[in-house]
Design a protein. Structure first.
Length: 175
């Protein structure tokens, strides 16, 4: 896999360090795999042919590709907050959510992430590490997952919620 221009990649013992214009990322080499940098290209090889080795080989290749993309372009996830009175704001190093509970929910923002409120109901999570961006966005969504009847809650911007039909009045009364 080619290394983009402006990106410095090194294998340091059992770790891979990728440095680019946005950040520096460090990743441990997966078991059963070996990583080399040759002629501006990552070369990932495996030491065995069983299922775990093949899985680790593919995982390591994908992780290295994500590291290169992260230090050059970065990753971003957007979340929508839906519901009457539901909103969020960034206060210092915390994301503060008001989502229908009797209390506010404070989520500490991990270092290296850029969390912004594009509006009171749109959260943008950006950063160089795909795993950290995705995990923080999942933690925000987990505070109040969208419910299928009214659609209230926190959802990813590209996610569609399958709505269910609510109860209807009984015809004919009791009996």
């Amino acid at each position: 896999m080619p290394i983009a221009s402006g990106v410095d990649a090194k294998v340091e013992g059992s770790n891979v360090r990728v440095k680019g214009p946005k950040a520096t990322l460090l990743q441990a080499v997966a078991p059963y795999t070996k990583v080399e940098v040759r002629d501006g290209t990552f070369i990932v090889s495996r030491s065995a042919e069983h299922n775990a080795a093949r899985a680790a080989h593919g995982l390591m290749r994908a992780v290295l590709a994500n590291m290169i993309e992260g230090v050059t372009k970065g990753f971003e996830r957007k979340l929508d907050i839906t519901g009457v009175g539901y909103r969020g704001e960034v206060k210092g190093k915390d994301l503060v959510l008001t989502v229908g509970y009797s209390h506010i929910v404070k989520l500490p923002i991990p270092t290296g992430l850029d969390v912004r409120m594009e509006s009171q109901t749109r959260v943008s999570v950006a950063g160089p590490d795909k795993k950290v961006v995705g995990q923080f966005a999942a933690n925000v969504r987990k505070v109040k997952p969208p419910e299928p009847y009214k659609g209230k809650g926190i959802k990813y911007a590209e996610e569609t919620i399958r709505r269910k039909v609510g109860k209807s009045a009984a015809a004919g009364g009791k009996g």
